[in-house]
Design a protein around this ligand. Structure first.
Ligand SMILES: [Cu+2]
Length: 290
């Protein structure tokens, strides 16, 4: 019995170590062509509850690095820019295989520094660890790029970098927690609900959707990326990128439930992406996590 307790204690310690590595570290740099090495956090926020399984085969775990390259030396607002992400293992060898997660091999999130701009795009896999996507940035200023992928044999990984778009940046908009967690977007009124909002524990976030006019529950959500929707959460300083799981993939509304774990208290922005009538829409909320 005593030995069992010791094993449990050891397991808890390993788990705690896994959690503490989920903080993102990133390098900051301009748009200098060529060698943009983003050092994003290696594990997403779900490291905790998956750590047990991962450590069982820790020897075989695939670790990766991302090298970023932009087609333009001086990225201009509103002009096409190709983002090139090269994923290598820690020996510098290209990673060949990526698991499909939420229907894609890579998800790329782009946010402005004040989180007022959000874009979720899907780079195309070109082979040999190289992904490519063409995009545009709406204004001058700093943007964070976050690549989210699962190298085959590894776990959910995110790597990030900062880029600067040339010109005079517009003033940063303050990121203030919403007083009321209700938003109307594209004829849908969405309310964000949660029980026991507190940092450091698994919790459900529920987007409850009704028709903006009739207030009737929305029951015709279409699957988006293989689930009821897709949720991205970042801390107000853009430092933390959280992994979020849909709790019920098959829901068509009015409730879309997701599970996450806020690593520490503070202000976070939450973007829920859903699809209805063949069109996707984004519902953003800013919340203060105690
Ligand atoms: Cu995606």
């Amino acid at each position: 019995m005593k030995r069992f307790a010791l094993v449990m204690l050891a397991a808890a310690l390993i788990l705690m170590t896994a959690c503490s590595t989920s903080t993102n570290h990133e390098t900051k740099h301009g748009t200098n062509h060529g060698t943009n090495h983003g050092e994003g956090g290696s594990k997403t926020g779900n490291a905790g509850h998956e750590a047990g399984g991962e450590h069982a085969n820790a020897g075989a775990e695939v670790h990766t690095e991302a090298a970023w390259k932009l087609s333009e030396e001086q990225v201009q607002p509103n002009s096409d820019t190709t983002i090139d992400v090269q994923i290598n293992d820690d020996n510098g060898k290209p990673v060949d295989n990526f698991d499909i997660s939420h229907e894609k091999q890579m998800h790329l999130i782009v946010v402005s520094k004040d989180l007022s701009f959000f874009n979720h795009i899907h780079p195309e896999y070109k082979g040999n660890g190289r992904f490519e996507v063409k995009t545009r940035f709406p204004a001058a200023g700093e943007y964070k790029l976050i690549a989210d992928y699962v190298p085959t044999g590894g776990s959910a990984t995110n790597k990030s970098t900062w880029i600067t778009v040339k010109g005079t940046a517009p003033d940063m908009k303050p990121i203030k927690p919403d007083q009321e967690l209700v938003k109307s977007v594209d004829g849908v009124e969405a309310t964000l609900a949660y029980e026991h909002l507190v940092a450091g524990t698994d919790l459900n976030l529920t987007f409850r959707m009704v028709d903006s006019k009739s207030k009737k529950p929305v029951t015709d959500l279409e699957p988006y990326l293989g689930a009821v929707g897709h949720v991205v959460i970042m801390s107000a300083d853009a430092g933390e990128y959280l992994h979020v799981h849909p709790s019920d993939d098959k829901s068509k509304g009015p409730d879309a439930k997701f599970m996450t774990n806020f690593p520490q208290s503070g202000v976070y922005k939450v973007w829920g992406q859903f699809q209805r009538n063949g069109k996707t829409f984004i519902v953003p909320f800013v919340i203060d996590v105690p």
